[in-house]
Design a protein. Structure first.
Lengths: 229, 153
């Protein structure tokens, strides 16, 4: 192994679990949403889980580990543009966590997921199933939100496609194995010094904190869905 | 045959012919209203079965059997209202594709009619698992056709 390459931990367990659980849930939601019938009952449960995951991820973006924090990966327009220009040149990107473009993609995807889960709560399919908050709005409003639910799903597909394409670009062109990193949490960096400069004072927050935050998010979702008050 | 009887028969024949012609000339707007009414009632009787198989409403076997029986008949009603003459009616969510892909449309509603009949049979049988399975198949048919032939708003 090239001694200049050093293995560095980037993604904590909560981020990795969040990512892959979301992938599985979105696959199931896609299938059940297209099929209809009795699968729709589970479509709703999977949707609640996605909502809880997104709320958790937003909280983790403020309270979590260094590379999970929005403040760590959200760059201004100047830096984002500079990074995009540099991307065309050869060699690795020299960013340990989310690069500026990837960071904005995280925010856009989270926003789109929030819209998707949020509109789903009020949606109806004009057949036999309604979101848990359908009763709170008029049929016309629910129809409009159901339309957004369908439209925004196509946006999500485009975003997921862009995300996968960008990862493939890094794997094939930049020779950075981002897929393995999302499993192991570790990346091999050929310039650890440059990366350290991009993320000073790396700190990992205990996964138990993450579990607590996720349970909190889940409790919020259950309150929204069940409306005991 | 006396004159009276001949006259009556003639009047009857003219009346019948006239009423057939009237039926053939139902206004497109009326056809749309009629098929929408049938669809609306399908929803009325299908919905509670859904609420019961999903556990949102207490199970009532008599209501399930009655509703499924109504649905079996209602399932057959909308389709002759989808005449090409209605393609220009504004107040409808029916996509014009219905009149371009009539064979596909027909095969879809026939599948739906068949599954609605199966649901009615299951509902009379009373086995909740069988009813739920049959309910799911009908729901899929609704959705498949809506996805292809109903405008999303």
């Amino acid at each position: 192994m090239d001694p200049s390459l050093r293995t560095v931990k980037i993604w904590d367990l909560p981020v990795r679990l969040f990512h892959w659980t979301l992938v599985l849930l979105l696959g199931f939601l896609f299938w059940s949403g297209k099929t209809g019938g009795n699968a729709m009952e589970f479509h709703l449960y999977a949707g609640y889980l996605v909502l809880a995951l997104v709320i958790f991820r937003v909280l983790w973006g403020f309270l979590g580990s260094t590379f999970a924090r929005f403040s760590g990966f959200l760059a201004g327009p100047a830096r984002t543009l500079a990074f995009a220009r540099r991307l065309a040149s050869r060699g690795a990107a020299h960013v340990a966590g989310h690069n500026p473009l990837g960071g904005w993609m995280v925010v856009v995807m989270l926003a789109s997921l929030l819209v998707q889960a949020g509109t789903g709560l009020f949606a109806n399919d004009d057949i036999a199933i309604e979101g848990p908050l359908f009763a709170l709005v008029s049929k016309a409003t629910s129809d409009r939100l159901s339309g957004i639910h369908v439209w925004n799903f196509n946006l999500l597909l485009v975003l997921a496609g862009l995300h996968v394409a960008a990862v493939l670009f890094h794997v094939l062109v930049k020779k950075e194995n981002l897929v393995a990193a999302m499993f192991s949490g570790e990346r091999r960096l050929d310039d650890p010094a440059a990366c350290a400069a991009s993320a000073p004072g790396v700190r990992f927050v205990s996964p138990w904190w993450a579990l607590g935050l996720f349970l909190l998010a889940l409790a919020v979702v259950i309150l929204i869905v069940k409306r005991p008050f | 045959m006396n004159n009276k009887a001949t006259l009556a028969a003639l009047a009857l024949a003219v009346g019948a012919a006239w009423s057939f012609q009237a039926a053939a000339q139902v206004k497109p707007e009326t056809l749309v209203k009629q098929r929408q009414a049938a669809m609306t009632l399908q929803g009325k009787y299908f919905g509670p079965i859904g609420a019961m198989v999903q556990g949102k409403m207490p199970w009532d076997a008599a209501v399930v059997a009655r509703n499924a029986g109504y649905l079996e008949s209602l399932a057959k009603m909308p389709w002759d209202g989808f005449q090409p003459s209605t393609a220009d009616v504004k107040d409808t969510d029916a996509k014009p594709e219905i009149y371009k892909e009539q064979a596909k449309f027909k095969s879809m509603y026939e599948k739906f009619e068949g599954n609605a009949s199966k649901l009615a049979v299951a509902a009379k049988g009373g086995d909740q698992n069988a009813i739920k399975a049959a309910f799911g198949e009908v729901g899929k048919d609704c959705k498949g056709c809506h996805d292809d032939f109903k405008v999303k708003r």
